[in-house]
Design a protein. Sequence first.
Length: 161
Amino acid sequence: MMDISDGKRYADLELSGSDLAILVHADGAAISKSTSKKLYLMFIQCIDLPLRLRRSSWFLQSVWVGHLLPKDREAFLVELTQQLNELRRDSPNFNPITWRDEEGNSQSSSVTVHSVLMDSPERTAISGTKGHTSAQGCIYCEQVPFRKLWYSLLYRANFHF
């Protein structure tokens, strides 16, 4: 496996000829040390571009600037979700992307979201779960730490499957 488009998840999307798969990237950060304002950005990246071109092609989708990051991330994402749903072939409001290929021929494509990539604080804010450093912070299990040592939570190994 050399690229994301070689993986099983990409193959499971079952895209037809000109359909496109995208990644959505979300992250928040401080603008600078001299201001308390924060910046929240969302980018879209097309997986179907060649890797060299994909690395330099990030399409800005949303920007939020404020003293606090958007508290209700879900409300912030509603517009993006509605727009992406209209790009799906099975949507009642299907609105394909039109573009020109290398020969200049017009193409129409539906779009499927492969993944939404974000850091742990963003994932917990959007999914409404606890942070990864909290007790029972793992999104995959229900294990409770048995002890706190400085800033670390200690868990017992549980190999019963």
